[in-house]
Write a protein that binds this ligand. Sequence first.
Ligand SMILES: *Cc1c(COP(=O)(O)O)cnc(C)c1O
Length: 463
Amino acid sequence: MPEMPESAYRSLPSVDALLQSEEVAELVRNFSHDAVTTLARDVLGKARTKIKATGESPAVEEMIAEIAKRADRAWGSWPKPVVNATGVVLHTNLGRAPLSSKVAKAASDSASIYSDLEFNLDSGKRGSRNAHISDLLSQVSGAEAGIAVNNNASGVLLTLAAVVAADPNKTEVIVSRGEAVEIGGGFRVPDVMRQSGATLIEVGTTNRTYAADYEAAITPRTAAILKVHPSNFIVEGFTHVPELADMVAVGKKHGVPVINDLGSGCLIDTRKYGLDQEPQVQDSISDGAALTLFSGDKLLGGPQAGLIAGEKSWVDLVSKHPLARAVRIDKMTLSAIAATLVSYLKGDHEEEIPIWNSISKDESAIAATAERWRAEAGTGVVEGARSAVGGGSLPGQTIPTSVLAIEPQGSVDNFAACLRRSPVAVVARIENERVLLDPRTVMTDQDQAVIEAIKLAISQDSQ
Ligand SMILES: *Cc1c(COP(=O)(O)O)cnc(C)c1O
């Protein structure tokens, strides 16, 4: 039986006493008196519950720290930085592609000033917010024109809506059965199709579709042929997917545009890094797709955006559709896209763009980092493992890496949770009852945070 709960209740500070402590008073100055008072009451309520259950009151310092933590969670800067030690380069839950400091600076520079975003400085008249990005997209991809929208999902929706709206008699869009897929996060090709007003015409089978299947499905009502890149799954064995060029040849014969949703949309040859080749935007353009659609924050390594590149007449049609305004992109993102594309033009993307930096990281440098973590934290073993590209690109593809593998004495889940609770949260991978920390995806200046987190987790690892 707990002893003396009465005195434990009596020892609890008043709300006012908590508000007057130095740290909480600071919170009141920074946020609001009422909001912080509510937090203090909640924390006192939790203390009473604890007394009821255990007979013991938390220390006043603990309560103050709890108020500060809750205030920071609720009103502090967000999202919080996280160390990605998972080895998954494009981690959708961790914000996909991080931006280089140069690209981030372009975004923040454009945020706090007036600019010529939609103003022509030569004529003094209204300009186009899309012209600059259109030029850059042409230069990197060979397309005649381009446009940037909120994300690729909206790019697909907008493109289909615009193509279908162009002629009320043509609403059918032909898709292979193997490509009427779910990309994730509720994005399903048949649903998007319905939302856009298009009628889905499925051809071929789940595993085999031929150019002739598309041709046989073309009618006077056909608005377009849509190709969707299988970003997050692999179909193996008895399969056939026609070459884009062959689909384009069929389309051209019947005056039907081919829309190519590349998903990740890579500008460089990923075979250079021992990976399979992710379809490149330039190839889609040169193979004759009328419109090529891809994400800004997958293998392009930029901010969240949807990029649409292709023939000028089609890009114009898409740009003028009313939905284009609904999915338009913010000026900060536009300047980040521009800076990202310039990096490819200059050819410094491998050093400048964090995801290429991670993917191209030298194996021996990775092993040396893992070894340093092991030496400084005093635990685990360094061993060979595989990093993944992730984020809806190159499914199943991995790159050799070295990890620090730790086998906790207590539960792995607790150990991983402790890493996440450290001052800078560290997210690791769990495999075979061990915690793996992969330096490939850890930024250079986050090294120390990893070591501190491991030390903290070890100190709390149950015996
Ligand atoms: C990821 C992906 C999308 C959605 O792109 P977001 O930029 O995440 O909106 C659409 N289509 C394909 C094929 C994808 O891989």
